[in-house]
Design a protein around this ligand. Sequence first.
Ligand SMILES: *[C@@H]1O[C@H](CO)[C@@H](O)[C@H](O)[C@H]1NC(C)=O
Ligand SMILES: *[C@@H]1O[C@H](CO)[C@@H](O)[C@H](O)[C@H]1NC(C)=O
Length: 538
Amino acid sequence: KQRIYRIPEEQSPGTVVANITAKDPDDEDSPSRLFYSIQSSDTYFSINPSTGVLQVSGRIDRDVLPLQLHPNVSMIIRVEDSPRVGHSSEMEITVIIGDINDNPPECNPSTFRKEINENTTAGIVLLDLRNSCRDIDVDPPNNLFSFTGLSGFGSNNFALESAESGRLVMTESIDLENPSNPGVEVYSLTVRVQDIASPNYSNTIYIYIRIKPVNEFFPVFSSPSYEFYVPEITKVGSSIGKVTASDADWPPSVITYSIIAGGGTKDYTNAFWISPINGDVKILERLDYETTQKHFFTVQASDQEKTATASVTVNVLEVNDEEPICSPNFYSFQIPVSLAVGTNVNGFRIQCQDRDSDPRSFRYFIGGNVNNHFTFSPVAGSNTSQLILASPFDYENGLDTKWIYRLRVYITDDNLLSVKNKATHLVKTGTVTLSIRVIPNPTTVTTTTPGFTVVTKKENLYLDSAWYVPFVTTLGSLLLLGLLGHLLARWLCARCLSAPQADSTPLINAPEKKKPKKEVALEMIKLNTVFDGEARDP
Ligand SMILES: *[C@@H]1O[C@H](CO)[C@@H](O)[C@H](O)[C@H]1NC(C)=O
Ligand SMILES: *[C@@H]1O[C@H](CO)[C@@H](O)[C@H](O)[C@H]1NC(C)=O
């Protein structure tokens, strides 16, 4: 009346499960005609109506519902001796479906990605693979699996804690700066997840581990301090030097440069500029040696997190960029034609100064110096020199024809201070203009100090309106004539008396006495060189 059978799952259709047999006492001696059927509706099995052979008719999967939970399939088998009005009997058959190992372990996800910082301490558990894997086979050991076969690039840095646990452990701290594996950031591993039971189905798990770089190192300047040498004539915008910093971190850090202190001058808060990208230092204004010989500033290199500083000294190099400045720079005077050779002309003395040259570095040249009448003494080696008449004027023989000399005096500095630096050796020139007029009559001219001299010749003449003048003159003349007549008479008389000595003084006195009607006076007025355009007769 009741039977239990056991079959494994996944038997192919047609597999015989049971031979159901029945006996009919009516047919003791002859083979009976009995009919078998399954009463409950079931898709797993079928029964041969005439033979009673119970066979598998559909797929029986123990690993899915409902068999997963209820592996016993019960059915009522009915047997009849006649299709229409016969007798029948029933029995209950239970088929217990057994589990077989027909599924591999499955992991979801089957690909893992994990990021860890470089230099993470060895021994930490990175992944627990078991949590995401299972085997749908229902009964052990079919549903048991293990993790093996860790392989792939970098697998020596990692290990599975045990085959059962499926925990991936880092065995070695990874340093991206380590020369043995520089910059290796991604490790790709595979692990096999495999059934313990035969036939040992397996699957593959893919694991990608990325080592995140950690900014461990500070940037380091190639030198703790830099010295640049810049000639003072260097153009604004020129590059004057370069600082570099490096950083041991992997990946190579992008370093940015900046000036964080100093670098200002009196007129500019930032006289220097540094390229953030390559550390190139440029000047934003002209550097003047005569003002400041050294500039200091501090540069910083930053890898966005860590910084380093270095000091920069800019030494301004002296270049002869200053020209001699001399005084007076214009001078006009007159000299007598008879001036003796060797005389300091008009007492003229030039005085020069130069902000970047030695007082001994001056040289004096004269342009427009026709017949080389003039020279400076000394011609070189002093910041002061006298104008000397070098050769006499000779207009009478036609050697000289020029009465006005316009001398251009060129004063050069020999640049003794920067002569050591040949590349920047320059000569700067200053000029002074002299205007010299040679006066044929030397008597009227004497000047000793700068400025020009107006020589005024004043003739004192009588006015027409001065009526008393001709009166007095006439009277005087008459008296004089009278005196002359008297003297003549006495002289004749003395001659008659044969006097040997005669006084000739009156003869000399006579023309002198005729002159007073005209009186000449010379007056010299010294004026400043600034002439206001107005002249007055004092
Ligand atoms: C079922 O029974 C028949 C006759 O009794 C026999 O020939 C056959 O081999 C049996 N099959 C099984 C599977 O036992
Ligand atoms: C000329 O040089 C001397 C030193 O040699 C200096 O004392 C003097 O001040 C200088 N004169 C001028 C005008 O610069």
